[in-house]
Write a protein that binds this ligand. Structure first.
Ligand SMILES: NC(=O)c1ccc[n+]([C@@H]2O[C@H](COP(=O)([O-])OP(=O)(O)OC[C@H]3O[C@@H](n4cnc5c(N)ncnc54)[C@H](OP(=O)(O)O)[C@@H]3O)[C@@H](O)[C@H]2O)c1
Length: 483
């Protein structure tokens, strides 16, 4: 290995050869013009990758020094190791050996604030540091992911063509764009994952309602989803939902969905999104409800204790099944519009806070392929931002306004019906509440301001005069003007 590696023959390297790194390295090696250097802390992984894939022509190394020597300049290495301290360890090793102008890419799922910190430290040495969100799981890494790189514009001149060569392609456009500086790429990847949580929760609620209110079997619902996938809801998540629902357990003959423990796991990016949203003061209620719904599902002791709590008397059977299915479809579509609108709101808020020049239409464009939320619908988002780059809320774009107007009666029926039947639909109902809150002429926030002023002299504004006011609640209740 060492002989091969001591010549600087590779234009790109990958450090970390677990499932994501090895698939990404194979994807890179399969593209014209790339020679790929590979390195992993434990050399066994490197050896097995090289022996299983001789066609890739990997330049393999067993020490980090050999790996660095095997890269042509500017040296470019993509780190695909465990997020956290593993990533920091590899960054330190590479920074010590790289020279100014070389590029370190962290392709793992880093928290964007870690990426901002790392970029600051690494770029102080003259080495470029790029936090790149890579979506699409192991299959995406191998066949074409959606890639969201941050870092300097200068580093993207070298990196852009390499990443474009391995990204998914939709309508001839690679699913990669320079998102913005330092942590912008990992921030946008985090929001992608948050939206994914919301989308999955909404789909799950649609299934639950179709089954428990509509009386459809899982296989029938699978057919409904397959049908929906031929219309405006067409997306990867709808497509795989149909497959999962049609699956039958080989051991019991029961629907697969009935033999799976109903406690949803999570790896943390949804939580990060909600934490960031709280910091930024941006409501992402669809994403938050999705994260909390997974949390609720994963507390068996509380669910057992609450199992006997009273619910509503059963409602009569649905009389018009087709109309009910269409109501649920429209409620899903409207709720999904809210979730995406909120997702883009937090991208705007993050961009403002951290000084990133994020082109929203381009983000929707690179999510059209390679990633979990890929969907036809994303074209409509790109069009909305192309038509009006200053759009203050996606939901106010003409296409989405019309779609929600078309859906809202169904949406309201479905949310009301869920409440009356005692079926939890936190995603559907919180999205509707958000929509109604956003469009309300007057909100009860005025009363909250009054309460705040009463107990804490927090002051308030008046609708009929500029300035800051306080009422002397414990005195004669006259109003004073503070500025
Ligand atoms: N799996 C997915 O679907 C997916 C999707 C998108 C992004 N990601 C992200 O991609 C990255 C890689 O994911 P993965 O699932 O392939 O691998 P992983 O299980 O997250 O990490 C295993 C890899 O990290 C290396 N590693 C851990 N600690 C290290 C250290 N201190 N120094 C050097 N190397 C160290 C391991 O090396 P050894 O072999 O020596 O232990 C191994 O190569 C992660 O950040 C993950 O969050 C994963």
């Amino acid at each position: 290995m060492a002989d091969n590696a001591t010549h600087a023959t590779a234009n790109i390297g990958v450090v970390g050869l677990a499932v994501m790194g090895s698939n990404l390295a194979r994807n890179l090696a399969s593209r014209e013009g790339n020679t790929v250097a590979v390195f992993n802390r434990s050399p066994e992984r490197t050896r097995s990758l090289v022996s299983e894939h001789p066609e890739a022509g990997f330049v393999a190394s067993e020490t980090i020094e050999e790996f660095v020597a095997s890269l042509s300049t500017p040296r470019t290495a993509i780190i695909m190791v465990q997020a956290g301290s593993g990533t920091d360890a590899v960054i330190d090793q590479l920074t010590a050996l790289f020279e100014p102008g070389d590029i370190i890419v962290d392709g793992g799922n880093a928290l964007f604030t870690d990426t901002i910190r790392r970029e600051k430290t690494v770029s102080a040495t003259g080495v470029h540091f790029v936090g790149a969100g890579i979506s699409g799981g192991e299959e995406g890494a191998l066949k074409g992911p959606s890639i969201m790189p941050g870092g300097s514009a200068e580093s993207y001149t070298t990196l852009g063509p390499i990443l474009s060569s391995i990204a998914a392609v939709v309508d001839g456009v690679p699913c990669v764009t320079h998102v913005g500086t330092d942590g912008a790429g990992h921030f946008v990847k985090m929001i992608h994952n948050g939206i994914e949580y919301a989308d999955m929760q909404l789909i799950a609620e649609a299934y639950d309602l179709l089954r428990n209110t509509g009386g459809l079997t899982p296989a029938e619902i699978g057919e409904v989803f397959a049908e929906w996938n031929r219309g405006e809801l067409e997306s990867y998540l709808i497509e795989i939902t149909a497959e999962v629902l049609k699956q039958v357990d080989a051991t019991t003959g029961k629907p697969f969905v009935d033999i799976v423990v109903d406690a949803a796991g999570q790896k943390g990016t949804g939580t990060w999104t909600v934490q960031a949203a709280l910091d930024l003061g941006t409501p992402v209620s669809g994403i938050a409800e999705a994260v909390f719904a997974r949390g609720l599902s994963s507390h068996p002791e509380q669910r057992r204790a609450a199992a006997g709590l009273p619910g509503p008397a059963p409602l009569g059977a649905i009389t018009d099944r087709a109309a009910f299915v269409e109501d649920v479809r429209l409620a899903l579509y409207a709720s999904k519009i809210v979730a995406y609108s909120q997702g883009f709101d937090i991208i705007v808020a993050g961009a403002e806070k951290y000084g990133w020049d994020i082109r929203k239409g381009d983000i929707a464009k690179i999510w059209r392929g390679g990633c979990i939320i890929r969907a036809q619908f994303l074209n409509r988002i790109t069009e909305a931002y192309d038509e009006n780059p200053g759009l203050v809320a996606l939901i106010t774009a003409p296409y989405f306004t019309e779609a929600v107007a078309r859906a809202q009666e169904s949406w309201r029926r479905v949310v009301a019906g869920a409440a009356q039947s005692g079926i939890p639909a936190p995603g559907f109902s919180s999205s509707l509440a958000y929509y109604d809150g956003l469009r309300a002429e007057r909100l009860p926030a005025a009363l909250i301001q009054g309460q705040r002023d009463f107990f804490g002299a927090h002051t308030y504004g008046r609708v009929d005069a500029p300035g800051v006011f306080h009422t002397l609640w414990s005195g004669d209740r006259t109003e004073i003007t503070l500025s």
